[in-house]
Ligand binder design. Sequence first.
Ligand SMILES: Nc1nc2c(ncn2[C@@H]2O[C@H](COP(=O)(O)OP(=O)(O)OP(=O)(O)O)[C@@H](O)[C@H]2O)c(=O)[nH]1
Ligand SMILES: [Mg+2]
Length: 334
Amino acid sequence: MERAPLAERLLQGQRGALARAITWAENGDARFARLLEAVYHKVGSSLRIGVTGPPGAGKSTLVNQLARHLRQAEKTVGILAVDPSSPYTGGALLGDRIRMEDRTLDPGVFIRSMASRGSHGGLARATVDAFDVMDAHGFDELIVETVGVGQAEYDVVGAADTVLVVLCPGAGDGVQAMKSGLLEVADVICINKADRPGADRMLADLSEAVHIRTAGKNVWETPVVSASAGQDKGVDGVLEAIGRHRAWMAEEGRLQASREKQRLEQVHRVLREGFDNEVWERSGLADSARAMIAASRTPHGAAERILEVLVASLPTSWPQSLEARTPEPQEPTP
Ligand SMILES: Nc1nc2c(ncn2[C@@H]2O[C@H](COP(=O)(O)OP(=O)(O)OP(=O)(O)O)[C@@H](O)[C@H]2O)c(=O)[nH]1
Ligand SMILES: [Mg+2]
């Protein structure tokens, strides 16, 4: 018997289809675009949480507990664990799997680790794609965990509606966390390992810093909560803070605006990848650049010249001609 197309099986909630779809997303498979078109009408109802923070802060432990609590509230949960690219986290990866394992027996939970591609923003693109197919598959809640506090991690958690930053006492103090730009990206901050000394102090310092930063402005004041995920303490408080952020996002069209921005960024990422693959490599642009460098142009001079010619070769009517041609969704062959 012939199998139904992947899109159909995905919408039926088949796990195998979801796994395959995420692999396509991960590999930047050319078939993904058609697949997404076929299921896109089902994308948009999952609530998305991004979790980041320094290595070992207890992110996976907390995500596991969040999933457990959400399941108790009868929500289905899809979890994406983005492989940390730093070599020293190799051991922790295995740990992630073990700790998350007790969730995998429950059909209401799906856990997938995704390899970091590391270049050209490919990881953020793949994360959004994976979230979209998990969304179409029908999970109530989606969570992505990524390790680190740098731009690459912020790009990944940017696929979420709510960014949860997990810190813990001892792994650098609150001041260090503030310096790394965490306050800007965090919608909720959780000081985990509250059973350890220094947690209260950190909570007070960060709360104050957040308050000073936002006082008198019409912006979200990031709640700072504490938890001991290892002992399943304070997890409801984290969920409650996430809930408050969601309520705030639902007002004044903020969620819609944020998702529109995310989709626009995704177009940009896919375009950049497409430029690298289609234009740079296949159109011979790389060869022209090589020739210009051989003729002693600087790299900047060569790039400037290429951009000039590219922009000049765009037809003046191109925005209209782009909008006019929206193809009908087609079923991809699995
Ligand atoms: N004392 C204490 N330890 C905890 C708590 N939560 C987690 N841990 C421990 O902290 C260590 C790291 O936990 P993980 O959940 O793997 O941390 P992570 O942030 O996901 O780590 P990476 O993914 O490697 O960055 C483990 O040994 C956990 O058992 C807590 O509330 N209290
Ligand atoms: Mg982890």
